[in-house]
Design a protein around this ligand. Structure first.
Ligand code: ADP
Ligand code: TRP
Length: 342
């Protein structure tokens, strides 16, 4: 039996190169050796998106992105989180095995509280329960499928650790029912820089979308902040945003040639930006065409996600029954319940 790799991506905006390098590409690589479950975490996005049409649009965009980048739904169980009612059931069950203190220390919640305290507001001002219990829902996603590894970016490490803590607490109470998961994080892509040099993130507005049309991609790249030293000075490639993105898309020879250019000096950043544009076009032009095709066919995306959800529900049913039985809920399948008609 293959081990299980599972990951989710929130449909909260257009996927960018940080998402691609930090999560999508490693997850697709793991799918070769693991049984993979990848999904669109639309329930996690509720905290950020408060508009149904918008959430649905971004769900389709994110699904189209993954398919265009090579996710094969015949091999990967690919689904929409909200199509799996078992996730929500398990989240409620897991909440009873989750120390509140564990969630008080979760980064996103703690950051919101700290920001409130700094500005003299109530510690929980603007914090909803969706934000506070976010790690429990994520633990349910992970534990429901018996996941062994969870490919994510560095910022998700703590969430996977919380899921492992919750699994252990549950197992202490009820026996070895849940698999304790582990995050898989590639250090070399842990913090891909954005156009302003900070970590690329939708919340900073500094992203390079994976599938911008060529003219917009070009404009984005030309807008990447660089230092203002004269072109002839030698530069350290490892401290430069442009090189920090370029090296992940260039071949080894191209990367080495570029590294030597930096160390030697005597070139302009305009030249590097053009080279970056070219390697990105090379990497994504064909996938972009596929992406645009998928976006025009929502019924197809719906069918793919729904077929994935059916497979996912069948996969999680045995474990879910084990959990129900362990905690003292009903025994066996729902079809064994007496019908309401009596
Ligand atoms: P954002 O920060 O833009 O809102 P998400 O939180 O939706 O991105 O992240 C989705 C996945 O992509 C996560 O696994 C996250 O760790 C990864 N990721 C996001 N930004 C980066 C980045 N700049 N470098 C590497 N990985 C990233
Ligand atoms: N919290 C993750 C993010 O913001 C998305 C996510 C939801 C996820 N459920 C998951 C990732 C389960 C891995 C496993 O990027």
């Amino acid at each position: 039996m293959k081990k299980i790799s599972l990951s989710g991506i929130k449909p909260t905006g257009t996927p960018h190169l940080g998402n691609y390098l930090g999560m999508i590409r490693p997850a697709l690589e793991l799918a070769k050796d693991y049984q993979a479950f990848y999904f669109i975490a639309d329930a996690h996005a509720l905290n950020q998106v408060g508009d149904g049409g918008e959430l649905r649009r971004m769900t389709f965009e994110t699904a189209a992105t993954l398919l265009a980048l090579g996710l094969n739904p015949e091999e990967v169980t690919f689904f929409r989180q909200s199509d799996i009612p078992e996730v929500f059931e398990l989240a409620v069950i897991l909440a009873a095995s989750t120390a509140k203190g564990l969630l008080n220390r979760a980064h996103a919640y703690k950051a919101a509280v700290d920001a409130n305290l700094t500005s003299g507001r109530d510690p929980d001002a603007g914090v909803n329960m969706g934000l506070f219990t976010y790690p429990v829902l994520m633990a349910a996603d992970i534990l429901l499928f018996g996941s062994h590894v969870v490919p994510v970016g560095e910022d998700q490490r703590q969430h996977v650790e919380i899921a492992a803590d919750i699994a252990q607490a549950f197992n202490r109470a009820y026996g070895e029912v849940l698999v304790v998961p582990e995050a898989v994080i590639r250090e070399e892509v842990a913090g891909i820089p954005g156009t302003d040099g900070r970590k690329m993130s939708k919340s900073y507005g500094n992203v390079i979308p994976i599938f911008s049309p060529p003219d917009q991609l070009h404009a984005r790249i030309m807008g990447i902040v660089t230092d203002s030293r004269p072109p002839e000075e030698p530069k350290n490639p490892d401290q430069d945003n442009l090189f920090g993105i370029y090296k992940h898309f260039a071949t080894r020879e191209e990367t080495e040639a570029m590294r030597r250019k930096y160390l030697r000096g005597g070139f302009g950043y305009g030249e590097v930006k053009q080279a970056l544009y070219e390697v990105l076009e090379r990497a994504f032009a064909a996938a972009r065409t596929r992406y645009e095709g998928y976006l025009l066919d929502r019924p197809l995306l719906d069918r793919v996600l729904f077929a994935g959800a059916e497979k996912a529900r069948a996969s999680c049913a045995p474990l879910m029954n084990k959990v129900r039985e362990a905690v003292g809920f009903r025994h066996g399948e729902a079809t064994h319940l007496p019908s309401p008609a009596g």
